[in-house]
Design a binder for this molecule. Structure first.
Ligand code: M6R
Length: 362
């Protein structure tokens, strides 16, 4: 049942190119982006409130960047345990969007109940269509990841992002902030992603070597800018969940507002940075780390590796991808880093201590 892999998590990481291709084929048909009935009309929506927990929340946080950039739509993304008790106002023409692999997370379900009768539309992005969250929404969208057994969410995350990206493109087309040609270019990039993921997975042996050294650390920082910032938090969450190493994800620009005080030669800093418009700024953040003896593990593309030159401790080179979709591709090295670090530490990867796959009590 583990398909020849040592752990469910390894299997679930490895099958991402296939499940992603299936999800894309399901939603992207000849006629364009196809949603189940009753569909969605983003001209009726002025704002999206996204709510989730854990990894699903980081998927929402990435998607906030997409909806804002592609569809110029204001988005609030919040964790369900805060949202549900805050009693936030839900203005007219709001869409409430809930993301949950299991569809049974207690806080997310309670947040959904709170928006009933207040939001114009309640949409969910779920892996389990027969779940409470799917049943409670008026448009449940399956992510089609197949059963996810490992407690650390991997393929559900990249499939959630895929569905959210397609929604952002649909929103851009409906609202006229995106031309057909621009949408087609984004969709072509999305269709190429499974192939790029296969390339990214080939860095596993290199990641395994780096992970043996990361396993010695007590604290690890993850940095990213733009939509790579939530991915930095996701990378840190994955690592702490299964390797029990303390890890924090930060926006690169926040480094000098506090966390840089932690940096010395014992604290590795993982920088998730495809070469994009803000890459130079990230290079200066890395230099600040290196000047304090910090060990930088840079995850970038060939162009980024060249531009960053020397000084990094290790560099992992990913295939080139238009920056907007980098969060999906770079999720793979983040997952592999956590996985191999946990293996090096000898922890129980599929059943980490104190954690449940589905958190059905608050
Ligand atoms: O089933 P859900 O997607 O609602 O679960 C949400 C979180 O509990 C979940 O993503 C958790 O953070 C994972 N263990 C992360 O790997």
């Amino acid at each position: 049942e583990k398909g020849g892999h040592r752990h469910f998590m390894a299997k679930e990481i490895a099958e991402q190119p296939v499940v992603l291709a299936d999800a894309i084929a399901h939603y992207l048909q000849d006629s364009g982006i196809t949603l189940p009935e009753p569909g969605l009309d983003f001209t009726q929506i002025d704002r999206i409130t996204m709510v989730a927990c854990g990894t699903a929340f980081y998927a929402c946080h990435v998607a906030k960047y997409w909806f804002e950039q592609i569809a110029r739509l204001p988005v609030e993304a919040d964790i369900a345990s805060e949202f549900r008790y805050r009693e936030p106002p839900i203005p007219a023409r709001s869409m409430a969007l809930f993301v949950s692999q299991s569809g049974e997370t207690a806080d997310t379900l309670a947040a959904l109940r709170y928006t009933e009768g207040k939001a114009d539309r309640i949409v969910s992005v779920v892996n389990v269509l027969e779940s409470s969250i799917a049943r409670g929404s008026d448009l449940p969208l399956p992510i089609l990841a197949g059963a996810e057994i490992g407690v650390a969410s991997t393929k559900a995350f990249t499939c959630q992002l895929t569905v959210l990206f397609l929604l952002a493109i649909k929103a851009g087309l409906d609202r006229g902030t995106l031309t057909e040609a621009e949408a087609e270019a984004h969709l072509a990039t999305l269709r190429n992603l499974p192939g790029l993921m296969n390339h990214a997975l080939q860095t596993a042996p290199e990641i395994e070597r780096v992970a043996k050294e990361l396993a010695e650390a007590r604290d690890i920082l993850f940095l990213g800018r733009g939509a790579m910032y939530p991915l930095a938090m996701e990378g840190a969450l994955k690592l702490k969940e299964i390797s029990y190493i303390h890890a924090e994800g930060y926006a690169s620009g926040e480094l000098k507002h506090g966390p840089i005080a932690l940096v010395d030669k014992t604290v590795p800093v993982v920088v998730l940075a495809p070469s994009d418009a803000l890459f130079d700024k990230t290079v200066s953040n890395m230099q600040e780390v290196m000047a304090r003896g910090g060990k930088v593990l840079l995850v970038t593309d060939a162009e980024g590796a060249h531009a960053a030159r020397e000084g990094t401790w290790r560099t992992l080179v990913m295939p080139g991808v238009p920056p907007i979709l980098a969060p999906i591709l770079y999720a793979l090295p983040a997952q592999l880093l956590a996985y191999h670090t946990a293996i090096a530490k000898g922890t129980d990867v599929d059943q980490p201590r104190n954690l449940a796959k589905s958190v059905t009590v608050e």
